[in-house]
Design a protein around this ligand. Structure first.
Ligand code: UDX
Length: 440
């Protein structure tokens, strides 16, 4: 089957490469010439485990190609996926500028039946809006008889595990309003459904909301556990024990119960705010989601507060080592990462940051620049003469750190651990001042 994937960001590139791997013919389109040129040269502009090999293999097999030409690509495709970014607008709602640009171009160039699918996370009602824009464009071109279908097919891909998540999905959600589009979508996903992965069909609005509700639920679990961690600290309990006491209950389960420095990334913060905004436009109260967002904002300041309460108000002479800049391990993505917000707060007060991350240094450099920042490719060098170590991301190599070496390099043996990587007792025995989340 012939697929046009509009947008070659995290979602579009992964989904496009995976569809090619499933045997489909995929053309990925983007309006950024540098991106398309580098992809055409075999360079994948993002860090996503397994993606580079997948792209290479499918380009070689002639199933995957890249183009700047949306109009020509649409002309050759039965399935047109919209996978462009929906960044947050100032009021928290999703900014649909890129989506609408793509949709107008689809409407201006469509000349055969196609299934038009939203893969980007769009506000509820967007798919209907897209249908209206395409209809209007077709009418303008005197082609109102041309049929097309609109489908909502949200992605549930975790960064760092996106390829595996796509090829081994928990579920494939397909929102349609007619049988024809459903049959096409079933055919498209046959290589996965024939292996037993479930495809769930529903109306378009429910599919759009299923995506937001899933992310909001996971964000809620995290904020809930972060709130519990605060209570643990005040009563002398240990959040890791509390979690163990919860997770064997099958009704609760063990996922997304880790307390930490708050959730970041391109999805949870944005999606929680977008659903709040979307509900408020319809005068629907969102008490739980507002609390989830608020708790997360507070939690992201947790390590900053630890620095302030340990070193006092005058921190302008400090040098602080930071391990982990990405919002979670196995990605170079620093969007809404707790590390970045904390670093901003610290350097506003004159603190010098000695930063390490296994893959996100370049992105961090672009976002933070050089003022009060020193970047290290060796985690131990980042510790030299630092007054404290702040840990933001649970990269495996940090968990396996040589703590003797850490202690000998730091000027003061102070560790503020935002991911509970180490045992507090052992850290104290080793002579560290050690603070973590929800443990005393
Ligand atoms: C998420 C969803 O998981 C995915 O289904 C969706 O489509 C896109 O958003 P992603 O943003 O890649 O994926 O990150 P995820 O692995 O879900 O983690 C999100 C954040 O939650 C991270 O900052 C992580 O550190 C934090 N987290 C996660 C916790 O603080 N505690 C946990 O127990 C789990």
């Amino acid at each position: 089957m012939k697929i046009c994937m509009i947008g070659t960001g995290y979602v579009g590139l992964v989904v496009g490469a995976c569809f090619a791997e499933m045997g489909h013919q995929v053309i990925c389109v983007d309006n950024n010439p540098a991106k398309i040129a580098s992809l055409q040269n075999g360079q994948v502009p993002i860090y996503e485990p397994g993606l580079e090999q997948l792209v290479e293999r499918n380009v070689e097999a002639g199933r995957l190609s890249f183009s700047l030409d949306l109009i020509e690509s649409v002309g050759h495709s039965q399935f047109i996926f919209i996978a462009v970014g929906t960044p947050p607008a100032e009021d928290g709602s999703a900014d649909l500028t890129y989506v609408m640009n793509a949709v107008r171009q689809i409407g201006a160039s469509l000349n055969h039946y196609a299934v038009i699918i939203t893969k980007s996370t769009v506000p509820i009602g967007s798919s209907e809006m897209i249908r209206g824009v395409i209809r209007a464009e077709l009418e303008r071109r005197g082609m109102s008889d041309l049929t097309f279908d609109i489908v909502s097919n949200p992605e549930f891909l975790r960064e760092g595990a996106a390829v595996g998540d796509f090829l081994h999905p928990n579920r494939i959600v397909v929102g349609t309003d007619n049988e024809r589009a459903l049959q096409y979508m079933k055919e498209l996903y046959l290589p996965l459904t024939s292996l037993g992965y479930p495809l769930i069909q529903m109306d378009i609005a429910s599919a759009e909301l299923a995506k937001y509700a899933s992310n909001a639920m996971l964000a809620t679990r995290i904020s809930f556990m972060n709130e519990m961690a605060g209570i643990c600290e005040s009563v002398g309990a240990d959040i890791e024990r509390v979690r163990q006491g919860m997770e064997l209950d099958h009704r609760i389960g063990s996922y997304f119960l880790s307390a930490g420095v708050g959730y970041g990334g391109s999805c949870f913060p944005k999606d929680v705010r977008a659903i709040i905004q979307s509900a408020s436009e319809r005068n629907v109260p969102t008490h739980i989601l507002e609390a989830v967002d608020k708790v997360n904002h507070q939690q992201k300041k947790k390590l900053y507060e630890m620095v302030r309460s340990h070193f006092g108000d005058n921190i302008s002479q400090l040098r602080v080592a930071v391990w982990g800049l990405s919002f979670k391990p196995e990605t170079d993505d620093i969007r809404e990462a707790p590390s970045i917000e904390t670093i901003e707060l610290l350097r506003q007060r004159g603190v010098v940051i000695q930063a390490h991350d296994p893959v996100a240094l370049q992105n961090a450099y672009q976002a933070l620049g050089e003022q009060n920042m020193v970047y290290y490719s060796d985690p131990y060098q980042a510790l030299m003469d630092a007054d404290a170590l702040l840990l933001f991301t649970e990269w495996k190599q940090y968990r396996a750190a040589d703590l003797k070496r850490v202690k000998s390099l730091l000027k003061q043996p102070v560790v503020f651990d935002g991911r509970n990587l180490f045992d507090p007792e052992r850290m104290k025995e080793a002579g560290f001042v050690y603070q973590s989340i929800g443990r005393t």
